[in-house]
Each structure stands twice: as structure tokens, then as C-alpha cells.
Design a protein around this ligand. Structure first.
Ligand SMILES: [Zn+2]
Length: 175
């Protein structure tokens, strides 16, 4: 045992902090901020999203790109979901986690369900008035008025249902 005032032996110094001193989630969130800043610098609403797979690999990193691609649905989350799906050449992303710098809008939440993302984490909450300010597009069944939902089927509705029935029956036959 060396005396207390002995010079420190470099071989006994504690090892340096590991480079992943931030948690996995925190480091992914930092990447969302980088993507958000890039989007903001390009004139987009500064939101960024990152997708990590079950093994910890980063599959996608994207910012809002509505102006860049001329598509009001090109939100960061959707861009990242599509990028990740292309990367692994699958339509679904089970086991994946989506990180986003802003609470996802209803459109992106629905997309996450469609892509079967397992977890989603966000940083900033969306102000409630931002959601209330959006008026959903009025949707109604063809042939029904806005005030009364008549039980009469519009003439083409059996065809729409039949297409789906035939499709799913053929799928079952091939299973
Ligand atoms: Zn969205």
C-alpha cells in the first residue's frame, strides 16, 4: 500500500468516463435536436425524430421536410418512419423506439401505430391550443347528409366492401 502522499500512479487512476456517458435515450434525444436544428435552418418547423431498433442501432434520423418535399405531411416522425422501413426493407418496425423532439401530432401517432413502433419518447409537449386550432376535415358516408346518418346504403358501398372481402379471403387461402 503506497503512502497517502505518493504520486498517483497512472495505472491506478480510474478509467475515463465512457463516451456513452449519456443514457441511450438521452443520446438519441440529442440527435433529434440536431435534426430539428437542421430542419429549422432550412426554414422548416424545427422538429427532429430518430428511430432505434431493438439492438440499439440507429435506423433513421430526420427533420421536418414539409417545405423541402412540398408535402404538408412530411413531419419528422413520418420521414424517420419511412426512412427506417426502407433501410430494413420491411413495412413494420416492431421492437423499435421513436424519439422525437416534440409531442407527435395525431397524424404521426396513427403512423406509429401503422408501422408498429413499440415505444415513443418525446421532449417538449405540444401546446393544447395547437391541437384545438386544427379543424378535422368533415368526413361522412356518401349518400348521408351531415345532419342525418341515413341507414340507406349508397349504391357503390357493396362494391367497396366486396373488394376487401375478396382480398382478405384470398390471403387466407394462401396461408
Ligand atoms: Zn406529425
Amino acid at each position: 500500500m503506497p503512502p497517502a502522499d505518493a504520486p498517483a500512479n497512472p495505472n491506478t487512476l480510474p478509467s475515463p468516463l465512457p463516451c456513452d456517458f449519456l443514457s441511450d435515450d438521452s443520446s438519441r434525444m440529442l440527435l433529434t435536436l440536431v435534426a430539428a436544428a437542421d430542419a429549422g435552418a432550412a426554414g422548416e418547423t424545427p422538429v427532429g425524430a430518430v428511430i432505434r431498433d431493438a439492438l440499439g442501432w440507429t435506423l433513421a434520423s430526420a427533420g421536418n421536410a414539409c417545405l423541402a418535399v412540398g408535402d404538408p405531411t412530411a413531419h419528422a416522425e413520418l420521414q424517420a418512419l419511412r426512412q427506417a422501413a426502407r433501410r430494413i426493407q420491411r413495412q413494420r418496425l416492431p421492437g423499435c423506439t421513436l424519439y422525437v423532439s416534440l409531442e407527435p401530432c395525431p397524424l404521426c401517432q396513427a403512423a406509429m401505430e401503422s408501422f408498429r413502433v413499440e415505444h415513443a419518447l418525446y421532449l417538449a409537449s405540444r401546446p393544447p391550443e395547437a391541437l384545438e386550432a386544427r379543424r378535422p376535415t368533415p368526413t361522412r358516408r356518401m349518400g348521408c347528409s351531415e345532419t342525418s346518418d341515413s341507414p340507406d346504403s349508397p349504391p357503390l358501398s357493396p362494391a367497396a366492401g366486396a373488394l376487401l372481402t375478396i382480398f382478405f379471403e384470398s390471403l387466407r387461402q394462401h396461408c
